[in-house]
Design a protein around this ligand. Structure first.
Ligand code: SF4
Length: 244
C-alpha cells in the first residue's frame, strides 16, 4: 500500500498556511462561501450578492448586513480567524476545505505538540518534465540563504555567479535568481533548463542541487492544480487507462 504523504502543522502554522492559500490564489468563491459558514458560525446570515461578487454577511447584534466581496473575503476571514480560538477539530475541518485533502487532528511524531495532519496527495506525483513550472512561475525572489550556503559549500561558482545578492552591512540579506552575469539583469527564463526535443521534455542541468523552491514544487495536489502543473491529472488518466 502506498503511504500517504502528510505534513504536520501546529495551530499557528495551520493559520499561516490557510492565510497563504487564500492570499496567493485568485478568489475561490465556493471555498470562501464554505469557509464563511465554518468560520463565522451557522448563526451568521450569509447570502450571495446577486452579481456573485461577494457575500452579504450579518454583523453585530442587530443583524445589520454588509457586503464583503470575494476579493476582500480572505482578509476578513483571516482577521476573524486570528482573533478566535478554534477547537482543533474545527481547524482540521477548515484545513480539509482549504487544502482539498483529508486533514485530521493529532500529535507530531515523538512529540506532544498537538496540531493538524494534512494529506498533500504528493504520493501520486510524478513529474512529466513538461517545464511548465520552470518556464512560467515566478520564483525569482524565492532563493534561500540555505540554498546559497549549500552551493558555497560545494564550490558551485557557476551557479552562484547567476545569483543576485543584496547586501546590507556586509551581510547577504536577499537573493534573486537567475541573473545574467553579463548584464546583471534577471535572465529571461531559467538558464539551467534545456529542451530535449527527441523525448519532448525539459531537463534541468542542476537537478541534483536545484534550489529548495524547485525541489519542493508543487508541494500539494492543490498547488499543482492552481499553478498549471498537470502531473496529477495526466497520471490519474494514465492509471485509469491502464486499469480499464
Ligand atoms: S509543471 Fe509539474 S509536471 Fe511539469 S515540470 Fe513542473 S512539476 Fe513537472
Amino acid at each position: 500500500m502506498i503511504e500517504k504523504h502528510t505534513i504536520f502543522l501546529n495551530y499557528a502554522e495551520a493559520l499561516k498556511a490557510i492565510q497563504n492559500d487564500l492570499e496567493q490564489y485568485p478568489p475561490q468563491p465556493l471555498l470562501l462561501r464554505h469557509l464563511a459558514q465554518l468560520i463565522l458560525g451557522e448563526k451568521v446570515l450569509i447570502s450571495e450578492d446577486k452579481h456573485r461578487t461577494g457575500l452579504w454577511i450579518a454583523v453585530g447584534e442587530k443583524g445589520k448586513c454588509r457586503l464583503i466581496t470575494y476579493v476582500q473575503m480572505p482578509e476578513h476571514l483571516c482577521s476573524v480567524l486570528s482573533n478566535k480560538q478554534l477547537s482543533y477539530d474545527v481547524l482540521a475541518k477548515i484545513c480539509g476545505c482549504v487544502f482539498q485533502e483529508s486533514a485530521y487532528t493529532g500529535s507530531q511524531f515523538f512529540g506532544k505538540e498537538k496540531g493538524i495532519w494534512v494529506e498533500t496527495g504528493m504520493e501520486d506525483f510524478k513529474c512529466l518534465q513538461c517545464g511548465q513550472c520552470c518556464r512560467f512561475l515566478d520564483y525569482h525572489k524565492e532563493l534561500t540563504h540555505e540554498d546559497y550556503l549549500f552551493w558555497q559549500s560545494l564550490g558551485r561558482t557557476d551557479i552562484m555567479k547567476r545569483v543576485g545578492v543584496l547586501k546590507r552591512a556586509g551581510e547577504n540579506v536577499a537573493y534573486r535568481i537567475w541573473i545574467d552575469p553579463v548584464t546583471g539583469r534577471i535572465s529571461e527564463g531559467c538558464p539551467w533548463l534545456i529542451r530535449d526535443s527527441v523525448n519532448n521534455r525539459y531537463i534541468c542541468r542542476i537537478h541534483d542541487v536545484r534550489p529548495g523552491i524547485c525541489r519542493q514544487y508543487p508541494g500539494s495536489r492543490k498547488h499543482a492544480g492552481m499553478t498549471g502543473c498537470n502531473a496529477f491529472n495526466l497520471r490519474s488518466i494514465r492509471t485509469s487507462k491502464k486499469t480499464a
